[in-house]
Ligand binder design. Structure first.
Ligand SMILES: Nc1ncnc2c1ncn2[C@@H]1O[C@H](COP(=O)(O)OP(=O)(O)OP(=O)(O)O)[C@@H](O)[C@H]1O
Ligand SMILES: [Mg+2]
Length: 370
């Protein structure tokens, strides 16, 4: 969808290129996050893609077509741009700001109105409250969200987002990130996204492009970046907790089949059978299920010693927390720490038992990385 080929930019009067021989490909529907120190050329790269800056060398292809040969005004109508400095028009109301592109595209007025309301609500700004205000009457974070709404309103297939959530508090930020991911799952836009927050990059991206001093150092999936950073610069950038971060990226269903040894036992199982099963269990616990394979409880070695009951359901203990298989390994770890246990039961939405993940399984995943 976007292909940069040997792209360079030397600003007039400069000798050192701001961007140097950059080769980068972003597939349709992917989110590519640019990260790197301040001044490394992220914004310059974005501005060349929508031709606010003319490259001094190299080529840009949009859907296979050479962007440098296209009409820049037309090109920009297909590319939503959230600029780093927000860039709202101060003399226009929020409504007029958000409606800029639809108005340039001559949409019917009622359609514009409806769409403006829709995207403002999406970014958490009540249209009735904010529409008629001027940018100066908004906080920095609110202005930033207007910027996001403005870029999204005409539904462009490509979005360039330069630190779109930089000026909002962590809670609003997490909400906007989740909202963004939800919308992106539905819309499948091709997005180039800049952030200084490596955790945000890992969370939001299909691929991460690490830049330094105008050059691309590594372009990889977040998982590959964490497990195989190209050099010390990248490894410092992703930080010390690479293994923990990787647990955020792997879902339980990706490893459950390989690790699943703990067979559940029926709620009607006799004590003898439970004993035998306990001896074989490496978590010193057996999982008890009912006839419909719903999780009924657990029985540990001590429960068995103390009980006078005859079958499993007489003395199995409630399980206070479980995870579903679409949760991440980090979610599983959180529950284990919360419960103070070395394992957690995995169930589906109907509470049916699907398997068990142990602390050892997580250690194995982390070990594979190192
Ligand atoms: N219009 C310009 N004229 C001259 N030099 C510029 C211009 N815009 C940017 N530069 C220089 O080009 C380099 C790259 O700047 P750019 O804005 O792309 O960095 P960035 O990676 O976006 O940084 P930040 O994370 O701080 O936003 C910097 O050294 C900057 O000073
Ligand atoms: Mg920048």
């Amino acid at each position: 969808m976007i292909k940069l080929e040997g792209l360079s930019k030397i600003f007039p009067g400069h000798t050192i290129p701001a961007v140097k021989d950059l080769n980068l490909e972003v597939k349709e529907g992917d989110v590519c996050v640019l990260v790197g120190p301040s001044g490394c050329g992220k914004t310059t790269t974005m501005k060349m893609i929508n031709r606010l800056y003319e490259p001094t060398g190299g080529k840009i292809y949009i859907r296979g077509e050479e962007a440098l040969k296209m009409d820049p005004i037309k090109l920009r109508l297909d590319i939503g741009y959230v600029i780093q400095e927000i860039g709202l028009f101060p003399h226009m109301t929020i409504e007029e700001n958000v409606a800029t592109v639809p108005n340039e595209k001559h949409w019917p007025a009622d359609q514009v109105k409806q769409k403006v309301d829709e995207v403002m609500t999406l970014v958490g700004l009540d249209p009735n409250v904010f529409k008629s205000r001027y940018p100066s009457a908004l906080s920095g974070g609110q202005r930033q969200r207007v910027g996001v709404a403005r870029a999204m309103v005409s539904d462009p297939p490509i979005m360039l987002m330069d630190e779109p959530f930089g000026a909002v508090d962590p809670i609003t930020r997490a909400r906007l990130q989740n909202e963004f991911l939800r919308i992106q799952e539905r819309m499948g836009k091709t997005i180039v996204f800049v952030t200084h927050d490596i955790d945000e990059a890992i969370k939001m991206s299909d691929t991460i492009a690490v830049m330094r001093e105008g050059e691309l150092i590594q372009h990889a999936t977040p998982s590959d970046l964490l497990s195989a950073p190209a050099d010390e610069f990248v490894s410092n950038l992703v930080g010390r907790n690479r293994s923990i971060k990787r647990l955020h990226l792997i879902r339980i269903n990706e490893i459950l089949e390989d690790v699943n040894r703990a067979k559940p036992i029926s709620e009607d199982a006799q004590t003898e059978e439970i004993k035998k099963q306990l001896d074989q269990s490496d978590i010193r616990t057996v999982i008890v299920v009912d006839r419909n394979n719903k999780l009924k409880g657990i029985i540990g070695v001590n429960d068995l010693k103390r009980t006078t009951g005859e079958v499993a359901k007489d003395y199995c203990q409630d399980v206070s927390d479980t995870v579903t298989s679409d949760a991440t390994l980090n979610d599983a770890l959180s529950v284990m720490l919360e419960l103070g246990e070395g394992y957690v039961a995995v169930v589906n939405e109907d509470d049916q038992y699907e398997g068990t993940i142990t602390l050892g399984d997580l250690l194995n995943v982390v070990k594979e990385d190192n």
